[in-house]
Design a protein around this ligand. Structure first.
Ligand SMILES: C[S@@+](CC[C@H](N)C(=O)[O-])C[C@H]1O[C@@H](n2cnc3c(N)ncnc32)[C@H](O)[C@@H]1O
Length: 307
């Protein structure tokens, strides 16, 4: 009776009349806390408030999201409420969801994410898919991921191209540390050579596949990025220099002589940049180029094939 009575207390008031502090003061069930957080996040401008509430609650309770649906009437302990309260407050203050949860799923694999590297985006899964399609599976392939960040492209190339030799490059030693951790977590450490390098500068040899999602935000536009991106993701991963294309151009200028016959260069670029990048690839002599759209219809990928 005592327990049921305690459950009843919150139901005497409409959920949206509770203030934030009440979450710690009263015993709420999973269903109630999720309903409350949905409204709280919605008011804070979070675009998928219910989904984010579920992900954070599952994280705070250390369970799969499905568990929330299986036990909606389970009350949270005070420790669970306290853990949840902390992540909800951080999320509301603008910390990316992925940093709070500490990992993302990319192309079916799990990757740790931290402030040291860009949070992988869904468009980059499309870049990877195209890279895998162009790769030769019938013979050893040499691939390079330029600006590896958390290592998602390099790790997936190593996992899904069993014959491939993969090089992962980044200017940032912190990003490389994270990429190495992700390679170890996905059992491909032996298959990837990591290099701290300014694009190809400290890398030797030629490649069948050159893949990159380089920084492409114009320096002058960095301040107008969403605070969640601007204040929590590394500037070196975003800043493409004046106009946004400086870093990509340097990469392309270093590329001639690095592509084996029959090889391909695949680049992810920002909105409105694809045609300039394609032109730069052509004038650098990197073979036939084509532009492809992402699922949102944005010209996002530039691909050059060496004849
Ligand atoms: C947009 S992030 C991409 C990270 C990761 N590949 C992904 O798609 O999630 C760009 C990465 O390029 C790295 N970078 C920037 N300039 C570089 C340079 N000149 N040489 C090597 N890496 C560079 C940054 O540190 C960052 O990790």
């Amino acid at each position: 009776l005592g327990t049921r009575f305690r459950y009843c207390i919150p139901r005497k008031r409409a959920l949206d009349t509770y203030r934030w502090g009440d979450i710690l003061a009263v015993e709420w069930t999973i269903r109630e806390v999720l309903n409350w957080t949905r409204g709280y996040f919605k008011n804070a401008g979070i675009t998928q408030p219910r989904l984010e509430a579920e992900i954070l609650l599952a994280h705070a309770l250390d369970v799969e999201r499905l568990h929330l649906y299986l036990s909606p009437d389970k009350p949270l302990t005070s420790q669970e409420r306290s853990r949840y309260r902390t992540v909800v407050q951080e999320r509301k203050s603008g910390v990316p969801l992925q940093h709070l949860v500490g990992e993302v799923c990319f192309f079916g694999l799990r990757f740790k994410v931290r402030r040291e590297a860009l949070i992988p985006r869904p468009e980059t899964e499309e870049l990877l898919e195209r890279s895998l399609k162009l790769a030769r599976r019938d013979r050893p392939t040499r691939c390079i991921d330029l600006g590896t960040g958390a290592g998602v492209i390099a790790v997936c190339l190593a996992r899904f191209l069993p014959e491939a030799e993969v090089v992962a490059v980044d200017l940032s030693p912190d990003a490389l540390r994270l990429a190495r951790e992700n390679a170890a977590a996905n059992n491909v450490t032996e298959r990837i050579a990591f290099a701290e390098s300014d694009w190809f500068e400290r890398v030797e040899g030629e490649f069948d596949l050159i893949v990159s999602n380089p920084p492409y935000v114009a320096t002058e536009k960095l301040d107008s990025l969403a605070p969640e991106v601007r204040d929590h993701e590394p500037r070196v991963a975003l800043d493409g220099g004046e106009g946004g294309l400086e870093r990509i151009r340097t990469l392309i200028d270093q590329a001639p002589g690095r592509l084996r016959p029959g090889g391909a260069v695949l680049l992810e670029v920002g909105r409105g940049q694809a045609r300039d990048v394609a032109e730069h690839l052509r004038s650098a002599g990197l073979g036939e180029t084509r532009i492809e759209e992402d699922v949102a219809g944005v010209e996002r990928f530039v691909i050059a094939r060496c004849p």
